[in-house]
Design a protein around this ligand. Structure first.
Ligand code: UDP
Length: 439
């Protein structure tokens, strides 16, 4: 395919910058999803532009991921990190900046794939102004989220309305698990087109290192029993439940026990409050000697942590999909997870790990203890975990399913999807490998 003969898609992720460091503040699964989907679609021959909001003065305008895929940062609101609940007011600016970008580059994106409700609003506005088709992935549903939190944010009504309107009017909505699809139907609207396409994981790098080599690299004793958490510091992630479970005697009494908590930025940053709370709890329960706060780890280096662990715990109160679970499974590490949302789809109870009621530290303690106490059974869980990920959750497989759906929207007339106008890569850009510090 020549450069001007590519199918073109704009992935919009207003608050989840696909080129930013993952694992701190609000950067998590959505950032990974957008970036990996973008890169995998580019691998299939698409020209992929991923639009996000600039959140820092020093960030590059354009970050090139590979020859067909780039992140484009638009100015909308102050160039600082803004919590997602406060971004809505800047969305009209984002729409204007997007339209200006199209004009400057003499192009109109025939297909727009938005992520999270903030971007859904942007997509719906753009659809009013041009003939683009709209695909949307929610990543989290307000209707579900507000059930599990005590303090409902002011923006909630707006969010719920936008999520409903998007489901009813988008050309297609992608649910990442059958559970999410069911929630959309029962809690959001009975109208609209939904298809289920899961999130993926990098099955080559996750699963490429042995437990022995990982432990050598991370300086962990071969005999240690390692319990791992990976993710953001956010009360919804349930780290407290995990720490309390480790403090229960059936877990705490295992010799050579180690709890490794990966994720979060440095103290003093926005997510520091939850980290301080968890550190205080670790002290209160006398677990300092066995607990390591590893901080944020590069996504590619996480493979060593997963592989070194005997069990990876995902104690979220709610999880629309939960990438960490499939990343651990790809590394042949059994998962103990809350029986909620997408985790009920990815983790098969008693086959690839164990599912337990959320926020139930006793149940988590018992499940962790079972995995640590029966190595032969645990080896079987590891094998089945890897097998499930290989067959269901590769990014290439996800991109192929998305491509199929994109083409279906255009009634099998993919020519409508070809690049229009001048699509060359203008502007000063940095490549990811050239300049990570600038990202
Ligand atoms: N992550 C990372 N480094 C860290 C902590 C997390 O790369 O130090 C990644 C993790 O591998 C996963 C993502 O952040 O891909 C978290 O996604 P998940 O869906 O589990 O949770 P979310 O953050 O979306 O709530």
């Amino acid at each position: 395919m020549s450069p001007n003969n590519k199918r073109k898609v704009a992935l919009i992720s207003v608050h989840g910058d696909p080129a930013i460091d993952i694992g701190k503040e609000e950067a998590g699964g959505q950032n990974v999803y957008v970036r990996k989907v973008g890169e995998a679609l580019a691998g299939l021959g698409w020209q992929v532009d991923m639009f996000t909001r600039r959140s820092n003065e020093t960030q590059a305008d354009i970050v090139k991921h590979n020859s067909n895929c780039r992140t484009i940062r638009l100015n909308a609101g102050p160039k600082v990190f803004i919590k997602r609940q406060q971004i809505f007011q800047y969305l009209p600016e984002f729409v204007t900046a997007f339209l200006e970008f199209q004009e400057q580059h003499e192009t109109i994106y025939p297909l727009i794939h938005t992520n999270y409700w903030l971007s859904a609003w942007v997509g719906m506005e753009l659809k009013k102004q041009q003939s683009s088709k709209l695909v949307h992935t929610y990543h989290s549903l307000g209707a579900v989220k507000y059930k599990s939190i005590k303090k409902i944010p002011e923006i909630s009504q707006t969010r719920l309305e936008i999520e409903k309107q998007c489901l009813e009017t988008a050309d297609l909505v992608v649910a990442t698990s059958p559970q999410e699809q069911e929630h959309m139907r029962s809690l959001v609207s009975e109208q609209g087109n939904i298809t289920v396409i899961p999130c993926g994981t990098d099955i080559e790098s996750f699963g490429s290192v042995s437990r022995h080599d990982s432990r050598t690299r991370l300086n962990i004793e071969p005999a240690a029993k390692v319990i791992l958490y990976v993710g953001r510091f956010d009360p919804r992630k349930g780290i407290e439940t995990l720490v309390r479970a480790v403090g229960c005697k059936e877990v705490k009494l295992h010799p050579d026990l180690k709890l490794i908590i990966v994720g979060g930025s440095t103290p003093g940053r926005k997510d520091g409050k939850e980290r301080s709370r968890i550190e205080a709890l670790v002290q209160e329960l006398g677990l300092e000697a066995i607990t390591t706060f590893a901080g944020r780890i590069e996504h590619t280096d996480l493979a060593y942590y997963y592989a070194a662990a005997d069990v990876c715990v995902v104690p979220s109160h709610y999880e629309p999909f939960g990438l960490v679970a499939i990343e651990a499974m790809a590394c042949s590490t059994p998962v103990v997870a809350s029986e909620v949302g997408g985790l009920k789809f990815t983790v098969i109870n008693e086959l690839t790990g164990l599912l337990v009621p959320p926020q139930d530290e006793r149940a988590f303690a018992q499940a962790i203890n079972r995995v640590l106490s029966y190595p032969a059974w645990s080896r079987q869980l590891e094998k089945d975990a890897r097998k499930r990920v290989e067959s269901m959750f590769s990014w290439d497989g996800v991109a192929q399913q998305l491509e199929q759906q994109y083409l279906t929207i255009f009634n099998q007339q993919p020519s409508e999807l070809l690049v229009s106008g001048n699509a060359s890569l203008h502007g000063a850009y940095y490549t990811l490998s050239d300049s990570p510090s600038k990202i």
